[in-house]
Each structure stands twice: as C-alpha cells, then as structure tokens.
Design a protein around this ligand. Sequence first.
Ligand code: SAM
Length: 482
Amino acid sequence: MAIYDPTSRKAEEFINDAEIRETLAYAEENKHNLPLIDAILEKARPKKGETGYTCAGLTHREASVLLACDLPEKIEEIYRIAEETKLAFYGNRIVIFAPLYLSNYCVNGCVYCPYHMKNKHIPRRKLTQEEVRREVIALQDMGHKRLAIEAGEDPVNNPIEYILDCIHTIYGVHHKNGDIRRVNVNIAATTVENYRRLKEAGIGTYILFQETYHKESYLALHPTGPKHDYDYHTEAMDRAMDGGIDDVGLGVLFGLERYAYEFAGLLMHAEHLEAVHGVGPHTISVPRVKRADDIDPDAFDNGIDDETFAKITACIRLAVPYTGMIISTRETQAVREKLLRLGISQVSGGSRTSVGGYAEEERPHDTEQFDVSDQRTLDEVVRWLMENGHIPSFCTACYREGRTGDRFMSLCKSGQILNCCHPNALMTLAEYLEDYASPETKAVGDKLIERELERIPKEKVREIARRNIAEIRNNGKRDFRF
Ligand code: SAM
C-alpha cells in the first residue's frame, strides 16, 4: 500500500487515499471539538506585523475539521476570517479575465463534458489564426487584457504547435488601445518539453483541473482517451514546474465526488507543490458541474448546495491565504456576490464558452462547453463589482515584471500590496473606464478611483499613480505599472 509522502513525485503518495480517509475520519470525530476548532481558527487568523500581515495557513487536516464543523456560530467565524484574510493579502481588488475557446475537438471520453469524443451532435470547430484574431479583437473591444485559453485534447487537431501559434497570434493583436497582456492556458496534461515551449511563448498561469482526486472515480469518469491516465494527469503540475512554469492553477470539478474528499485532496496537492517546488499553487478554481449539450448535472450524485459551496470557498481561503481564487460565469450573480466576500480574487466577465463565440453578435449555444449562468456584459460586471465595494483590476504587472512563483508570494506576504497592486489596479481600471466603459460605469469608477487613491500609504507612490491616471485620462497614455 502506498505511504503518504508530500515530497514524493508519485501521485498515489502525495495524493494518498489512506491519508484522505484518515483525514475525513479525524474531521468527523472533531467537528464539534470546540477547543480544537478555536485553536485552528486562531492559527488561521491573519496577524498584523511590522511589514504587513502574516498568516500561517492550515494543513489539510486542520482545514478539513473546519469544513466538517456544522456549528452556525463557528461557520460565521470562518466566513469572517476568510473575508479578513482576503482583504489582508489581496485588498479589495478583483482581477478580471475571460476564457477563449480555441477548439472543441477532443479525443477523451470525460462523462461530464459535452466535448467528449462520442458526442456526435455538436459541430466540431477549431479557430483559424484569422478567427483567433477576430475573437481577440472582440475581447479587446470589451476591454479585456487577460485571457485563459481553453481547448479539448486532440494531438492531431490541437497539437502543441497549434496552441503556440494561437498564443503568438493573441499577443500580436493590438486593436485601437487594446492589448492582451497575459495569456493563461488551460489545456490537457502534457510533457515537460511542451510545458517549456508554453513558458517560452510567454504564458502566465498553466491551469489544469484535477476534476477529481478520487482515483477510482477518476478512472470511471474518464473511461477513454489519454486523460484516463490518473497518474499522468495528477503529476502534470510537477512536469509544468520542471518545464519552468512557476505559476500553476489547481481546481476540482465539484459535483463529481464527495466534496470533503476533494477538498482534502486539493489541499494535499497544494502542500505537495510547496514541499517539492518551494511554491504553492498560484490559483485555485472552484467550478461546479453545469448543464451542457448532452450533460445533465443531476446525473452526478455529489452536487453541492450554495451554502456548502460557500463554506468550501471560505475554508480554502483560510488554508492557502496567498493563493488567488477564481470563480467563473458558471455561477450566478448571487452566488458570485457571496463568494467574493469569502476569498475569491479573480472573476471572469462577459464570457462566452463556445468556439468563436465572441465574434458573433448573438450568444451561440451549439459549441458551448457549459451553460453560462452569469450572462451580463463586462461593463455590467465591472459596475456591479464597484457597487459592491471591489476594485475591478485589469492588472498584469507581476507577470510582466517577472514577479511569478515565490517572487509573487513574497510580494503578497510583504504587505506592499497597497503600494503596488492597489495603484496598478486603479491605473488599469482608469484605462478601462476611458476606453470601454458606459457613461454610468465611468461615473461610478471615476469616483471610486478618487477614493481609493487616498488609501495608498506611500505619498510618493500616491503622487505617481495620480499623475499616471491624469496622463491616461488627458493624454491618451497607457500601460503604466509599478
Ligand atoms: N481539455 C482540457 C483538460 O482536459 O484538462 C481543459 C479544458 S476544459 C475546456 C476546461 C474545464 O472545463 C475542464 O477541466 C472541466 O473541469 C470543465 N468542464 C467540463 N465540463 C463541464 C461542465 N459540464 N460543467 C462545468 N465545467 C465543465
């Protein structure tokens, strides 16, 4: 039997089934153990030091106890600490991105995904480079600066060379003041050599959802195709890091397996990356299975309600305080609004999940990967964020200044966010408001910028940010960053 070892490079040792089962039993036994719960909450609470906040984070065992706890007053406290943690390390900024679907050709048999190979009633489509250009222009015209590219797995139709060509095309499009400054990539597990090529092409984060950490279920949910190989999929982030990519994004597709099992597995994966590579995941996504072409989410037994979903999000925030958390338009406005208070730091907006969807006037459904619940425009999402006390940020500075991996984490830990990320968010928001916003959104945003500039602690930084924003507004200058 495999022994649990977070420093191992073998999937069954760092995501160890016996350790997860023991964790779940321990969590169940201690879910009402008040002294233990209070001690864990105390450990999780951000502590103010001389240079900013620090936070110990939680082990998968500790966080699992909190997740199991069903005492209403303790859940309230978990939520309060999640919000404090989010504000301490990320401030009130919310980073904005959009997915870009390149191709729905796929040779896998994932039973929850409409792109599975046996689905004969969806049209298969792959963007040409000219079509990629058109999609990017449409995305730039909305105001997007950061994309996550998505593709099915198909070595013949979507080989790595195709993905690299698309990245090259995307970075090369400059329409009016438009500019895609960071391309994150969500494609199937691949080789160290291919990860190296992605890194050389200038990608931001490499995102790969584990879907489920439960090996037996994984094998059943991915019955055919290269994705059937659980070990190869689970060890992908190690290969990505060996290939030089130091920002990786984890995720579980909630609904496929029991959530407590997935939660422990996800945190063990984060602990493993930290133990082996010295840096944890850059982001964690929390997708839930959605209705799609021939997919009925009710066919899966492990769907989670909104309350449980909120608790999972808050407990992840406490466990890995420095990791960004992403929520997509799979979720409704109401769910997103709640989760934004509990630790989410990135949202997508104005998304279309079909291949070629942005260049179409009407939202096409035939190649959609899943139903989009939040169908508002980016302008509406930006205004809603601001009206809820958040700063929508189009910033991509860290990655472009080489602040990736542990260098980003140290910025996060140093308490310099208010002197760096905060002004960057305001400057990129000012660009958005000038170039793309409706008059109502611009009015809300201009006021917010005035207020938020005052919160920059260093006078010199505040002055530079103010000057740059005047340049953006009055002289058409763009792309300032700290
Ligand atoms: N093909 C790549 C792979 O195999 O990892 C990744 C791209 S896929 C377009 C992105 C993600 O969408 C998948 O990892 C899966 O978690 C999610 N997804 C698939 N079907 C879904 C559904 N019905 N509802 C919600 N999310 C879904």
